[in-house]
Design a protein around this ligand. Structure first.
Ligand code: CDT
Length: 312
């Protein structure tokens, strides 16, 4: 029997620091309603969808806790979970997670997967946390490592009504390991949320490539790992910083099946043919038949210069 899953990438425009969480959640509910009315069964929201991208600032300790969620859902985010149940559509959402573990506060850049029953069905904590803990001269201030520790859950894969779902956040999408780990764990669909600045002061020569470098790894990751990908940006001018859009749904062929046109709240929907995964595997990526992990040689972390060549 043919297998289909209709995916929605729910891009948001900026979430300014002055916005209330309740106002932002109402925007997300409206996007979820649009996605459901277009027939979507599973939607993805951006990374840190509930707040401004606060790692662009050095904040005072007293300001920080208000930007994290101590529980999901909490009283303010509950309407989103209620909407999922009412509409019969699941979603994944990025948020700043604060948890107490053994009496110690831990903070992660996380994503939650919620089922069409409005119940939590998975959690991921961002593995590739970019930036620094302190502003560094000559670079765009990007302090994710000040506010989040790297994830401790690996790349889990979750069952979503018979489809295997993986999650990833922003910088993760640039790393081949993300897709390969999820693929090896059996993922069929990867949901990604991101906040990507348009300009990096340390690399003006790359400025015109920001969108290319957004789509390139997702298209390659989808193709080489036979995955569907739905990726949602937080876009537009947020608290003075321009964020790229380009939210999209990518097929296992590497093609972009649908893409956002604005830098604002926008829903992109595509009915994903899950059988395309097997077709792509049969053509090029029959891992069991052709992949040779035992023969690839010694894996050396950060290998030094190559040894002088000697003929055998
Ligand atoms: N949020 C996030 O991971 N953003 C990064 C920008 C890093 S710039 C130091 C990204 O890869 O888009």
């Amino acid at each position: 029997m043919a297998r289909w899953l209709t995916l929605a990438a729910c891009q948001t425009g900026p979430v300014q620091r002055a916005s209330t969480r309740a106002h932002t959640v109402a925007r997300l509910v409206a996007l979820l309603e649009q996605a459901a009315s277009a027939g979507a069964e599973l939607a993805v929201f951006p990374e840190l969808a509930l707040t401004t991208f606060f790692p662009r600032w050095v904040l005072q300790p007293a300001e920080i806790d208000a930007l994290y969620e101590a529980e999901m859902p909490g009283p303010v985010t509950q309407p989103l979970y209620d909407a999922a149940r009412r509409l019969g559509i699941g979603f994944a959402i990025g948020f700043a997670e604060r948890v107490m573990v053994d009496g110690k506060v831990r903070r992660f850049n996380s994503m939650e997967l919620v089922g069409p029953d409005g119940q939590r069905s998975g959690r991921y904590r961002k593995m590739h946390v970019p930036g620094s803990t302190e502003p560094e001269a000559g670079t765009t201030v990007h302090l994710e490592r000040r506010y989040f520790e790297p994830g401790d859950l690996g790349f889990p894969v979750f069952d979503y009504g018979g489809t295997r779902i993986g999650l990833a956040l922003c910088n993760d999408r640039r790393w081949p390991e993300t897709y390969r780990m999820l693929c090896l764990a059996g993922a069929e669909v990867v949901l990604i949320g991101y906040n990507t600045p348009q300009m990096l002061s340390e690399a003006p020569a790359l400025a015109h490539l920001r969108m290319f470098h957004n789509h390139l790894p997702m298209q390659a990751g989808a193709y080489q790992n036979t995955l569907w990908i739905a990726a949602a940006a937080k876009a537009g001018l947020e608290d003075g910083q321009a964020l790229i859009g380009g939210s999209c749904i990518v097929a296992p062929t590497g093609e972009i099946a649908a893409q956002a046109l604005s830098l604002d709240d926008e829903v992109v929907v595509h009915r994903a043919d899950l059988d395309l995964i097997a077709a792509c595997q049969a053509v090029n990526f029959d891992f069991a038949r052709y992949r040779r992990p035992n023969d690839y040689g010694l894996i050396v972390e950060r290998a030094g210069p190559p040894a002088a060549f000697t003929s055998p």
